[in-house]
Design a protein around this ligand. Structure first.
Ligand SMILES: [Zn+2]
Length: 195
């Protein structure tokens, strides 16, 4: 894409602090970093949104991001890393080229990248859960929760996690609240029975 600064960097028309390159991706040291050591990982092909990036390329970028993060923590002594994808202008995406950001963090660095936790109406959560779960099941045929749970029904080896999933199922089906109130005790009994 002619007027994309990152495509210009990939083609070598604009200089950059290139850290890594293979046939598919390039990693750059950000010269306008959120924190010193901020790495930008980009595909060499021009894609704008996360959904446009081919799955195998996205997975490849994920693995490289993970290794970059490890280097920042172990070798640059970062206290941690924040790894961000901003897909869409309203999500904070500034360039038209897809970027994975790997940002080293320091204790009390005061970067405002925390994800807030908000209380929303329980009915809204149930409604969203009811919408999302079948949509996601369609995307992963043969791997959706209903099939997995049916396959494991009666197994006592699944332990605490399996029991919790069962509780969530009942929440989705909108059963009476009084049944939910019984749930923690039932769960504890079942879990104790497994130990
Ligand atoms: Zn581009």
């Amino acid at each position: 894409m002619a007027n994309c600064i990152f495509c210009q960097i990939v083609s070598g028309n604009i200089p950059s602090k290139k850290l890594f390159e293979d046939d598919k991706v390039m990693a750059l040291l950000d010269i306008y970093p959120a924190n010193p050591g901020h790495i930008l990982l980009i595909p060499k092909e021009h894609y704008t949104f996360a959904s446009e990036v081919p799955s195998d390329l996205f997975a490849h970028m994920g693995v490289i991001s993970q290794r970059m993060s490890h280097i920042l923590v172990t070798n640059l002594k970062a206290a941690g890393t924040t790894m961000i994808v901003q897909s869409g202008q309203d999500a904070g995406q500034k360039a038209p080229h897809f970027i994975m950001h790997i940002i080293p963090r320091a204790e009390n660095d005061e970067l405002n990248l925390a994800v807030p936790t908000n209380n929303i109406d329980k009915d809204d959560i149930d409604e969203l859960y009811g919408k999302l779960r079948p949509l996601i099941a369609q995307t992963f045929p043969g791997q959706n929760l209903e099939e997995i749970e049916e396959g494991e029904a009666g197994s006592e080896e699944e332990g605490e996690e399996g029991e919790e999933d069962e509780g969530e199922d009942e929440a989705e089906e909108g059963e009476e609240d009084e049944e939910h109130e019984d749930k923690p005790d039932e769960l504890l009994d079942k879990i104790e029975g497994l130990i």
